[in-house]
Structure formats: C-alpha cells, structure tokens
Design a protein around this ligand. Structure first.
Ligand code: F6P
Length: 569
C-alpha cells in the first residue's frame, strides 16, 4: 500500500462512528475502515495498521458519538467502583470481588485476579478476588464457546463461588455486551441486591447490547442492561462501556476489547488498593493519570516497528510452511503467551500445534482454580523440552518472553538448548526503566503478541479483507456472525446464506426437516467437529456447486482467501 493511500485511510479514522456505517452492527462487530486491505498488506504495513487501530482506544471525546475510555462519565464510574472495592478491602469478612467472562474476557479475569490477590498476599492480607471463566479452567487455554450461551451455567457458577458470602461485588465482562453466560450472572445479581452489586464492563453503547432472545430465559442481554441502567442512577449497579472502535480483524475482541478490559480493571483495582493500604484518595486526577500511563504504554511495542515487522514476517513464514511458533515465557508474561497462543485456534482456525505457549514452572506458577489440567494441556518448559524441542529446526520460530526480574540464568540455559535446534530464536525482554510497572510490561507483551500472531496469520492468508473467514460456528454469536459474513460476501439473502451454512455444518446437499426444525444450539453443537464450514458454504453460494465440489476446490486452493477470490472473480 502506498504512503498516500495509507494517509487517506488514517484520515477516515472516525468513519465507523457515523450512524450510516454498518448501521445494523454494534461497534464491537463492525469492520474497521483502517484495516480493510490488511489481507494484502506487507508486514510493515500490517504493524502500522494495528498500531492505528490500537490508538483508537484512547481517541479524544470531543465531538464523538460514543463515550471513550477517558470520558468524564466513565472515569466517574471507575471511581465509584473503586470505592466499592476499597470498602471490601478494608473489611473483607464475608465479602468477595468476582470477575467473570467468556473466552478472552474470562482469561483476563483470571490474569487480573491472580495479580491483585498476589498483591494482597504481599501485604499479608487474605485474597478477596475470584475469577469465573465460562467452561472452567480448560477455557483458559482452549476455546470452549458453547458454555458462553448458557445463562444458567453462569448463574450456578456465580452462586457456587459466592456461597456463604454476604457482600459481593460482581464484575461481568462481555466486550460485545452479548454473552448469555454473563447476562445470567447479572440477572442473578439484580434479583439478589442485598448480596450482589453488579458491574458490567464492555465496549458498546447500551442501546447496542445484544437483544436476541435467550432460550429458556425471560431476559435478553439488552433487557438486563436496561435494568442496570435504572439502578445505576442510585449507584446500585455500574456500567463501564466506552467505545474503543472496531477490531482490526472484525469481531476479534481478544485484541482491543481484551486490552481495554485489562486497562480498566487494573485502573479500578489499583486505585482501590492505594486507597485501602496507602491512604491515597480515589480521585479523578489519579484515575486519569493512570490511564495516561497506559496510553503511553501503547507506544512501546510499536516503537520497535522494524523489529516487530521482521518477527511478524518470520512467524508468517513458519506458519506458511506448516511449521511452529513457540512462546517460552516467564511469570505473568508467560501466561500472556499461553493465552495468545491458545486464541489462535478459534480466531484463525489454526491447529493447536501451530502456535503454542509454555510457561516456566507450569501449573505451579499459574495457581489456577482447578490446578493441572491433564495431558491435553501441557504448558511447562519441561513439556516443551520433551514434546516439542526434538522436532524443531530453522523453519520453526521460538520467542522467549521475560523481564529482568526473572531468572536470567534460566533463560540463558533454555536459549542454549533451543539454539542447538534452531537459529530462528528471538526474545522480547523488558528492562526496568524509570518506574515501569509489571502491568505495563503485561500490556506491552499482550499488544506485541496479538500483533505477531494476527499478522502472521494474515500473511498466511487466513483473512479475507479484514474478516476471519474460517471461523468456528460453535455458539450463537458466531453462528450469527457467520451468516452475516456469508451475506456480505455473497450478496445473497439471509435465508439462502443460513441454508448454505447448515448444509456445510451437516455435510448434506439437501436439508432435511429434522435439520431445519432444530434450534441453533443443535447446529452449533454439530459444528464443533467440522472444519472450514464458512468457506465451504461461501464457495457453494458463489458457484452453485455441491459440497463435494466445494471441498475439492478448497483442497486445491488451501489458502482460503485465494479460494474465495477465485470464486468471486
Ligand atoms: O465466542 C467466542 C468469543 O468471541 C471469544 O473470541 C471472546 O473472547 C468471547 O467470545 C467473549 O466475548 P465477549 O467478551 O464479547 O462476551
């Protein structure tokens, strides 16, 4: 892409805020005008596009349609929530702060609760934070999308965690204001206000909250949000929902959604800790100052633009050759490596072995609720040495992720072992620089790894324009997203697109009454074991061919983007 084209894209930075821009979609599902051509961009250009997208998180509010991270109303709510946490920290008896979410939102709930419980331990205080992730701990490192649709499971898991508690601050995270699992939990809070105070974190305006009926429930996500808005007037519920702009890859809320979640939660909990333990009052100024530190942090990974582009290219080459990318991390940065790697499976239809993360100390370091998760989830450096290292060569890329506070001797030892097998070894290393905090290292690392894995899969040809084509259709949100994508790309009516999708899911050229009369949960359950469902449906829609023919076409042209373009032309 030429410089002038790039400038042109940048000047259209706020196009997504126009009421005419993809009006039927909430911000979190819109496509970002900045990345429309990301599938054709060079590594350097991809990095610049991702940087521009990330910087939308901190856009100024003046003249904006939506609230921003640093809008007065948002900062006000952050202060109020921090005060609630402060009260619990000062008198933790029978009290709990619960953070809960699905997918990346639940992973960040885990990361943040771990960090702040650790901080409490260092102060000889007992832990007050608990996390819930839909699908349990295996969802920390794998996609478990079906439980996201289950509001009852959400309620039950919240009840279980809070058994015997008299005062619970519940923070439900759903970037798209959409997950029924979280809606169920918020509903439970609203029905039991004597125990629970609900807080919702997400990145759409409230009128864009999902309004589809939830089977077996009398509420939708939107109706829950509306009830919360009423209670928010008397500070009995809190909504933190600034807009951070559409994701670089449409709907991929692990990126900005995840980063903004981490920023907001850390700002609130740090302010509460400072108030409870160092008598630092919670002020607007303090909150804003902390936000600005994060705003500055966004620049750090992109200040190494050339290095990042080169890494992205190297990772892209490894993936194109069908080889691996491995992250070997220490401490919380190791957790971020595990998270980023595991998200490649649902986000890009990647194989589990394509990008894998390992952490020093394995489950001992992690201290997750359920402990070791069994042979399908091996995560320690020893596991890497036994299972992966023997098969590595120069086509596989290994990335070490650590800080100067980690055991550098251990890092060197591992690096030496890796170098015997591959020279394709790189490192992301954080030094203590001024008063850089661990949370800044974490955000930097998250942005860096998200850019690396996203860019590498773009270079592999997994993205069409800025849409993930080969998405798994394993819950109702993804089912609707898949149908919408088929509509956009084929120009065919919704009913025809849904038919084509179902044919691909059930592997039939003619739909039976049994199939068409089943509900979405049956379809998404069946889709768990299927691959390339959306590309197959699209090829059938565009060419009118049978499923068998579509399969053949995709076998001959495994790069989905090229297969689709061939059909379109
Ligand atoms: O359904 C999968 C998914 O889209 C994940 O990618 C995401 O992290 C999760 O749902 C949660 O989404 P939200 O935070 O919008 O509820």
């Amino acid at each position: 892409m030429s410089g002038s084209e790039w400038t042109c894209r940048l000047s259209s930075m706020h196009e997504w805020e126009s009421p005419y821009y993809e009006p039927s979609l909430p911000v979190s599902e819109k496509s970002n005008p900045l990345t429309r051509d990301i599938d054709r961009a060079s590594a350097g250009c991809i990095v610049r596009m991702l940087q521009a997208c990330d910087s939308q998180m901190f856009l100024e509010e003046a003249g904006a349609t939506y609230q921003r991270l640093m809008s007065d109303e948002v900062v006000e709510t952050l202060m109020e929530v921090a005060k609630k946490v402060e009260l619990i920290l000062k008198d933790p008896r029978d009290s709990l702060v619960v953070l809960s979410g699905c997918g990346t939102s639940g992973r960040l709930a885990f990361l943040v609760t771990s960090a702040f419980n650790r901080a409490l331990k260092e102060l000889n205080q007992s832990p007050v934070y608990s996390y819930i992730i839909a699908g349990g701990d295996k969802a920390l490192f794998s996609s478990q999308e079906a439980p996201e649709d289950d509001p009852k499971l959400g309620m039950l898991s919240l009840k279980e965690v809070c058994e015997g508690k008299k005062c619970v601050l519940f923070i439900g995270i759903s970037c798209g204001l959409s997950a029924p699992f979280v809606a169920g939990q918020l509903d439970l809070c609203l029905q039991n206000p004597e125990v629970y105070t609900p807080v919702l974190v997400g990145f759409n305006p409230t009128h864009q909250a999902r309004d589809e009926p939830i089977p077996g429930c009398s509420f939708t996500f939107r109706s829950v949000v509306q009830r919360m808005e009423e209670l928010a007037k008397s500070q009995k519920a809190f909504l933190i929902n600034p807009a951070v702009g559409p994701e670089a890859i449409s709907g991929s809320s692990r990126m900005k959604g995840g980063s903004a979640t981490k920023i907001l939660l850390e700002v609130v909990l740090s302010a509460a800790h400072a108030a409870a333990f160092t008598h630092t009052p919670i002020t607007q100024q303090g909150i804003l100052q902390h936000m600005r530190v994060y705003e500055k942090t966004l620049e750090i990974p992109y200040a190494h633009n050339e290095g990042l582009s080169a890494l992205l290219e190297a990772a892209g080459k490894s993936l194109q050759r069908g080889r691996r990318v491995c992250y070997l991390g220490w401490g919380s940065l190791g957790v971020l490596g595990l998270i980023d790697a595991s998200e490649c499976v649902p986000t890009f239809g990647a194989d589990y072995e394509d990008v894998r993360g390992f952490i020093s100390g394995g489950y001992n370091e992690l201290k997750n609720n359920e402990g070791p998760l069994g042979p399908d989830f091996r995560i320690s450096h020893e596991d890497f040495l036994h299972l992966v290292l023997p098969s590595l060569d120069d086509h596989d890329m290994v990335l070490l992720i650590y800080t100067q506070t980690d055991d550098v001797g251990d890092v060197e030892k591992l690096a030496r072992r890796v170098r015997e097998k591959t020279s394709n070894l790189h490192a992301v290393y954080h030094r203590v620089d001024g008063d850089t905090a661990a949370t800044q290292w974490e955000l930097c690392t998250k942005l860096f790894l998200n850019a690396l894995s996203t860019g590498a899969h773009v270079l592999k040809g997994k993205i069409y324009q800025n849409h993930m084509m080969d998405l798994q259709v394993t819950n109702s949100k993804l089912y609707c997203r898949a149908t919408r994508l088929l509509q956009n790309l084929s120009g065919r009516p919704e009913s025809k697109c849904e038919e084509a999708l179902l044919k691909a899911v059930y592997k039939v050229d003619n739909l039976t009454v049994e199939i068409t009369s089943s509900d979405i949960s049956t379809h998404t359950h069946t889709a768990r074991t299927r691959t390339k469902v959306v590309p197959l449906a699209l090829v059938c829609l565009l060419t009118g061919c049978s499923l068998a023919e579509a399969e053949l076409r995709l076998e001959q042209q495994p790069i989905v983007r090229d297969a689709v373009e061939a059909c379109l032309s």
